[in-house]
Structure formats: structure tokens, C-alpha cells
Design a protein around this ligand. Structure first.
Ligand code: OSB
Ligand code: MG
Length: 361
């Protein structure tokens, strides 16, 4: 994959946990967004594996599930482990939609046939390299550009981008790299008409985000800080953000994501769909979820070839010249997973069986 650098580190290869659930000859797929290292969140590919093995799979397989919405209640007593839960829950949604013979979006309540696509660009070795990268991505049609920032790679970089593209829909993502004492630097970004500043401060600091938001014209969008619908409600009530980033992998799956989507819609807070460098499997899930009506802002779901070539799916997910991506139309997530490619990428596998009563019925 193409290396991707954020304020917390650089990712040059990914170790990913994939989940397949089987019932009555039908299978569903999910993908965990956890990285190898606990830098974006406390979960890692290893904790996801262990969590599914020891806690989640036994609970899911213990008794029949009538609907994917029951997964949340089944796993409620396992605290945290949202990325592990999401991989399992999303696989169950895919299985359910395939059993019904309908696209996943239909079971989630999504209606749009294509979603507006934005691109997230990591920290580059130089400003020139970043400008070249933005020029390249703009040619591909993306409707907005997000760049990663960190102390020392912020105001000067944004100023250079604005010099070259005064009207580019542009935003920045700090991945929690600043403190409230950096408010003057972040306020200097107000001059550049950014769509938003994503997660400037620590993930557990809603109060400081609220203080910061009062001092900024630019809307704050929260990513890492929102792991549950209660977090979203608290952030909105405190004025800690004006926009919310939804990632089903971070929120524990589709059901919790829909709850956050609905809560933000009721509060008049815009949402957009984030990304976690997913393969085509997770990316397809994201497309279906992002087709829900309140995802009005272009998100971070980009073409799969930006990340993996070849991808685990074929054909890959592509962006159209108008900067949109079509929601796949087949049953479930609607993409074709190439068994050979999954096989070649597989380091370890673990199989669990339901007892006589288990499975999705
Ligand atoms: O903060 O949104 C983030 C990638 C890895 C971890 C966290 C984030 C990101 C991205 C890239 O911004 C989104 C993508 O293109 O998938
Ligand atoms: Mg982010």
C-alpha cells in the first residue's frame, strides 16, 4: 500500500482482521479497522482477534439471531472493543442482506445510489510533494480535500494550498495532536475558509473542545472523541463540535452509526463518513452506510486503488469523474471478494461453530 502518515505515526502496511459469518450456505463479510499499533485507538489487530475469539464469537454463536440489530444487545456486556464488535456486527448485516437478496443499503435505510467522495492526504515529506499530491487527486475528481496536520505542519502548509487553490473545498485533521494552549495557532486557520478542523484536541477532552469551538469561526468536527451515541449527544450538548465524523468501525458497527446519524440529524448537526484505510470489503460497507440521507458532506471514502493494488475485491471501487462513488447494487455489500487474494494475504485463521441452536435464522 501507499504509506499514510498522520500526527500519530506512519502506516506502510496493514494487518487486518476479516470476519466471515456463515448460515444456510450464505456468507457475510466484515473487516476490522484496528491497526497493528494502538495509536489511533486502544484496539489493535491482536486485541480484535483475541476479543472475537474469547468473548464475541461465543456470544454471537450461543443462540439464533433474528436480526443484525440484536448483535448490539448480545455483546453489550463486553465493554469497549468497538472495532472487534464492528467487524462481527457488520459481517452479520452483510449476511442478513444477502439472505434477503437485497443491497445492504436497503436494510440500513440508505437511499442514495452514489455518494460524494472526498480524499484524505497524509503528511508528505515536503510542501511541494503535498501540493503535487493534491493536484493529482483533484484530477481524479474528488469533491473535497482533507490534509493531516500536526504542530509545525499546519498554518504555513494551509497557506500554501490556499495560494494555489483559493476555492478548493479544504479541511484539516489533527488526530488529537494539539492542546488548548495551541488555540492561537488553530485560530490562525480561521483565515483560510476551511470546511472544518477535525479532532484538534485529545479524544477524551470534550470540555476543552467546547472552549476551543467558542473561540473559532471554523467548525470543529469530532472523530476519535465519538465512540458511542452518548458521546455524540454529550459533544453536541456541550458545543464541543458542530460536525460529526461517523465511522462504523469506531462506533461498534452499523446500528450504533445509524443511531448517531439520526441523533445528529435531529440536532441539525451535519455528519460525514470517515475512513480507516479499509480494503474494498470495509469500504463497500462504508458506501452502503454513507447512502443514508443525512450524510450530506463529502466524506473520506475514496477509490480502493489509492490504498491497495490489487484490492481484495474485483472490480475495485472507483471514483467517477464527477467525484462520486456508486453504491454497489448486488445483494449484501454487493462486491466480489477474490478468494485467491484473500488466501495469499492470510497469515492466520480461526474458525468457530455454532451449537445446535446458533446462527442467523
Ligand atoms: O483520522 O480519519 C482519520 C486513516 C487512519 C486512521 C485515522 C484516520 C485516517 C484517515 C484516512 O484520515 C481515511 C481514509 O482515507 O480511509
Ligand atoms: Mg480523523
Amino acid at each position: 500500500m501507499r504509506p499514510f502518515e498522520t500526527s500519530f505515526g506512519r502506516v506502510a502496511a496493514r494487518t487486518i482482521v476479516l470476519v466471515t459469518v456463515h448460515a444456510d450456505g450464505v456468507e457475510g463479510w466484515g473487516e476490522s479497522v484496528a491497526d497493528a499499533d494502538p495509536l489511533y485507538s486502544g484496539e489493535t489487530a491482536a486485541t480484535v482477534w483475541q476479543s472475537i475469539d474469547e468473548y464475541l464469537a461465543p456470544r454471537i454463536l450461543a443462540a439464533p439471531l433474528a436480526h443484525p440489530r440484536e448483535v448490539g444487545a448480545r455483546l453489550r456486556h463486553v465493554r469497549g472493543h468497538h472495532m472487534a464488535k464492528a467487524a462481527v456486527e457488520m459481517a452479520v448485516w452483510d449476511l442478513h442482506a444477502r439472505q434477503q437478496g437485497v443491497p445492504l443499503q436497503q436494510t440500513l435505510g440508505g437511499t442514495r445510489t452514489a455518494i460524494p467522495s472526498g480524499v484524505s492526504i497524509g503528511i508528505e515529506p515536503s510542501i511541494e510533494a503535498l501540493l503535487d499530491r493534491i493536484a493529482l487527486e483533484r484530477e481524479a475528481g474528488y469533491q473535497r480535500v482533507k490534509i493531516k496536520i500536526k504542530p509545525g505542519w499546519d498554518v504555513g502548509v494551509v497557506a500554501r494550498i490556499r495560494d494555489r487553490w483559493p476555492a478548493l473545498p479544504l479541511m484539516v485533521d489533527a488526530n488529537a495532536a494539539y492542546r488548548l494552549a495551541d488555540a492561537p495557532t488553530l485560530a490562525a486557520l480561521d483565515a483560510f475558509g476551511l470546511l472544518m478542523i477535525e479532532q484538534p484536541l485529545a479524544e477524551d477532552d470534550l470540555v476543552d473542545h467546547a472552549t476551543l469551538q467558542r473561540s473559532l469561526r471554523t467548525p470543529i468536527c469530532l472523530d476519535e472523541s465519538v465512540e458511542t451515541r452518548a458521546d455524540a449527544a454529550a459533544a453536541i450538548a456541550l458545543g464541543a463540535c458542530r460536525i460529526v465524523n461517523i465511522k462504523p468501525g469506531r462506533l461498534g458497527g452499523h446500528a450504533e452509526s445509524i443511531a448517531v446519524h439520526d441523533l445528529c440529524a435531529a440536532a441539525g448537526v451535519p455528519v460525514w463518513h470517515g475512513g480507516m484505510l479499509e480494503t474494498g470489503i470495509g469500504r463497500a460497507h462504508n458506501l452502503h452506510l454513507a447512502s443514508l440521507p443525512h450524510f450530506t458532506v463529502p466524506g473520506d471514502i475514496a477509490a480502493s486503488e489509492r490504498y491497495f493494488a490489487p484490492d481484495l475485491i474485483d472490480p475495485p471501487i472507483r471514483v467517477a469523474p464527477d467525484g462520486t462513488i456508486a453504491v454497489p447494487v448486488g445483494p449484501g455489500i454487493g462486491v466480489t471478494i477474490v478468494p485467491d487474494r484473500v488466501e495469499r494475504a492470510t497469515e492466520r485463521r480461526l474458525a468457530k461453530r455454532a451449537g445446535a441452536a446458533g446462527g442467523l435464522h
